[in-house]
Design a binder for this molecule. Sequence first.
Ligand code: CA
Length: 517
Amino acid sequence: MISVLLPAVLVAACPAPHAVEDRPNVVVFIVDDMGWQDTSVPFHVDRTPFNDRYRTPNMERLADQGMKLTNGYASAPVCTPTRTSLMTGRAPARNRITYWTLNRNADTSSRHEDLLPPAWNVNGLQPGDLTLSELLADRGYRTIHAGKAHWGTHDTAGGDPTKLGFEVNIAGHASGAPGSYYGKHRFKNAKSETDFSKDTKWDVPGLERFHDQDIYLTEALQVRAVEEIDRAVADDVPFYLHFAPYAVHTPIMPNRRYLENYAELHPREAAYATMVESMDVALGEILDTLDRNGVAEDTIVIFTSDNGGLSAHARGGEAHTHNKPLRSGKGSAYEGGVRVPWIIHWPGRTEPGSASAVPIVTQDLFPTILAATGGMSGVPSGRTIDGLDLRPVLEGLAPDHFAERPIVFHQPHAWGPKGPGIQPYTAIRSGDWKLLYFHANRRFELYDLSVDVAEANDLAAERPDVVRRLAELLGDWMREAGAQMSIDRMTGDPVEWPDRVTLSSDASGNAPNEVKP
Ligand code: CA
């Protein structure tokens, strides 16, 4: 933008390979486990009681500047698959990173009575995998990671963000949760301080300067991120900031500075609300830092979450209700597991205060950020990228190639907690339809999300034509992507592809469907 104002001769004399407008800074602010309703910004058609509960004025500010995406998804209902999809542009099924990771060569899947998980990529992302951070570093960006990484396992290189293309790593490693949110606890489980035989893998690394201070983990990350933005601007280098607070993941620990704002809530819910508010304060600090440095108009800011809000356990009040009107929450096949807040401010491209209902998903950020920073160079031709470049959507269009494109969710794993839709499954969203395929009983459910965002009215029996069409689309997609199905314990064979299961003529949606020979 600046170069437009310069005399032509000065522009011509500039040796930089890209004009300023080709080298925007990019901030991805990806919250952990934040639900679609955990905000004062309404993402549903109507305001909800949750929109009145939570205080996120800086999300409101970002939404006023840019575009709110109301049908925005995380790639998966748990952490690592979404985070690695952002890094690779590929769906979890194609990466074969379909569940969360922790220790080298260890499968974290819970036990299921009838199914086993497939031989998935239990170590997650590793050096040599093509990553967004690596590509941006190659383009001369300063790549900065702050907070939760959770891309690869402990005792592997992928557990270290600096081995995956990040020049700066602030507090990221292989674990997906902090021992503690308190500086007074040194961000460790209080027990690991006094008993060194305790597991220390949840100790947050690299924040020693904040140890023993009255500071909340999100605040420490925000202080460091601000320092790194200031440093990049001072060095006159474009930056990619991947800001990923450990919050609002468990352990649910209040930031006491904000507790008085939530005195009327269940104590656990009040604590959770302070975690949300702390996250929002960090967003505000980052936006202020962009303003203060005069780079806000040269910076794309993207806000999202890595999966739906936790609701199956560890919350106050009734389980499975924390994402209403969405059904269920983190870990689930239903919308509560994967539909998340999305806001994008791209100066000069997004209309202030705009909204789009075009379905989008985390892996779309890979081609979108590459497009913003110089195109797809560095991505080998022929490499399949599942994400779509969001630029036309951000301009307010609803392009044909977005209209019915399949967004596939694939989790052939049992998650620990129990609840609605929390079981091994594959689902596809295409247009307004969503088809769910539960692996254990080969059962389908079908919802029209345009009128039933709560997934209360299963249309599988009523619309076998749609079930069949989507099952075929899904089966074709899965085979092409090399998706790995759950394994049937009885037979030792993979569960049938969705389009190999026939709906019986009186399919009720409650009885197991017949399997083709
Ligand atoms: Ca998460």
